[in-house]
Design a protein around this ligand. Structure first.
Ligand SMILES: *Cc1c(COP(=O)(O)O)cnc(C)c1O
Length: 250
């Protein structure tokens, strides 16, 4: 079996080639390594190979890992799974980017509960460390959009994205930086492309690109299609860490 460092090289290669194929600079596309359900040793291995951005789905797991990895001060966690507002305080000082805001209610609750808790300087997603923005103490957030309209998936309907954006702009503890989506699953990744294009068009419909620069889309199977449609962040788990262990009942 190949090591995490070797698999990372393959993933970065895929990203670079996909960007070049559509005339984009490879540096425009950033990798979030999705480490959910993987042990902290795997995160340390990826960190040693240069990864700084890690995606986690479950707040409790993220909090536990952030404590075990507190020595890695420039490691950034991205919350990519659903957020319950009663966990807002727990994420405030541990998370650099939340990808999964999908309702006005959630935005208002999160904004209110975060209040004046600033994101620690070293963990801010900013132009200085790979993000595209001026540093700010407000938490960087993306609006999750359910572009496939699947009833079992989280994410707001495309028609509601503008309203969620306005709600974020009304919260001083949050700053909107882009849109995120998980398209319906297909064995053939080319079938994801129209959904990624839909997210990109939606972004242009509701905001200026300088206001919402990020499109978080594309995973192990379909990162090429996402990059073709304009992804600036791809979230890749399996191709880096291998198959995920099953989630234990909690
Ligand atoms: C698990 C997960 C990923 C990573 O999926 P892989 O297919 O393992 O690359 C990306 N995004 C979200 C929202 C996830 O839940």
């Amino acid at each position: 079996m190949s090591s995490i460092a070797e698999r990372l090289r393959t993933v970065r290669d895929r990203i670079d080639r996909a960007a070049e194929a559509v005339g984009r600079r490879p540096g425009e596309v950033r990798l979030v390594a999705v480490s959910k359900l993987q042990p902290v040793e795997a995160i340390r291995e990826a960190y040693a190979a240069g990864v700084r951005d890690f995606g986690e789905n479950y707040v409790q797991e993220l909090v536990r890992k952030s404590e075990l990895l507190a020595d890695l001060e420039d490691l950034r966690f991205h919350l990519i799974g659903h957020l319950q507002t009663n966990k807002a305080k727990a994420i405030a000082t541990r998370v650099s980017v939340v990808h999964s805001l999908d309702s006005v209610r959630l935005v208002e609750e999160l904004g209110k509960r975060l209040g004046a808790v600033p994101v620690p300087e070293g963990r801010r997603w900013s132009a200085a460390n790979g993000g595209g923005f001026s540093p700010s103490a407000a938490l960087a957030v993306l609006i999750e959009v359910n572009v496939g309209g699947e009833s079992q998936k989280s994410g707001c309907p495309p028609e509601a994205a503008a309203e969620v954006l306005a709600a974020i702009q009304g919260q001083s503890s949050l700053r909107a930086v882009g849109l995120m989506t998980v398209p319906p699953f297909f064995d053939d990744p080319d079938r994801s492309l129209p959904y990624f294009e839909r997210l990109s068009r939606l972004r242009d419909e509701i905001a200026d690109r300088t206001l919402l620069p990020e499109l978080s889309m594309g995973m192990t199977l379909d990162l090429e299609q996402a990059i073709r449609a304009g992804a600036t962040i791809v979230r890749v788990g399996t191709a880096i860490f291998g198959e995920r262990p099953a989630r234990e009942a909690t």
